[in-house]
Ligand binder design. Structure first.
Ligand SMILES: Nc1ncnc2c1ncn2[C@@H]1O[C@H](COP(=O)(O)OP(=O)(O)O)[C@@H](O)[C@H]1O
Length: 177
């Protein structure tokens, strides 16, 4: 991954980990945060804890995230750097927040099993599998951030988690403002 936008003054980088639900964002982000002494921000959890939503959507079986409230909530902490943010979307964050954007990807049949185990079924399950097949998150990341800061990493097996955490740890530790 290339360096951040010029003019960045934060002492440690901010990394966004995105991808279809079930690809391993939280697992990867929490291990990486522990390895690098960074802060893990799981946006889904934050939305629930701080009520940063506009209610529950029965069709999508999830909260309707209020993107403005989320961005207001995170602005101060992002300025300080050292954050690993995980969310299954990325087009509403300010581009200047992130020095690197990782899109996790998982083979369809593996993802299907993970989401089924999580209790997904019907439209919720098929929508997420389609999202992965059509690489929706990778396209969103490439449309929202400079190409050179976006990378896709495979996350099929547990070994991938440790390899991805090791390489991202190296990137964070060698990053300079
Ligand atoms: N690379 C991987 N190999 C095997 N299991 C994984 C991998 N990544 C995640 N998992 C498992 O899949 C489930 C979903 O992972 P999670 O990190 O919650 O995904 P996300 O945050 O993207 O929704 C968890 O049970 C987790 O242990």
């Amino acid at each position: 991954m290339a360096r951040a936008n010029s003019g960045t003054r934060r002492p440690k980088p901010n990394l966004l980990i995105t991808g279809t639900p079930g690809t391993g964002k939280s697992t990867t982000a929490s291990a990486l945060a522990e390895a690098t002494n960074c802060r893990h921000i799981c946006v889904g959890d934050l939305v629930k804890e701080k009520n940063l939503h506009d209610g529950w959507d029965d069709q999508f079986e999830s909260y309707v995230i209020n993107e403005d409230l989320v961005c207001d909530e995170l602005e101060d902490v992002m300025v300080g750097g050292g954050n690993i943010v995980d969310y299954h979307g990325c087009d509403f964050f300010p581009e200047r927040w992130f020095d690197g954007v990782v899109v996790l990807q998982t083979e369809n049949s593996v993802l299907y099993d993970r989401l089924t185990r999580r209790g997904y079924s019907g439209a919720k399950l098929s929508n997420n599998i389609e999202c992965e097949i059509f690489q929706v998150m990778l396209e969103e990341a490439r449309d929202s951030y400079r190409e050179e800061i976006v990378i896709a990493l495979q996350s099929d097996a547990l070994e991938d988690v440790s390899n991805n955490v090791a390489s991202l740890t190296g990137w964070i530790e060698s990053w300079r403002p």
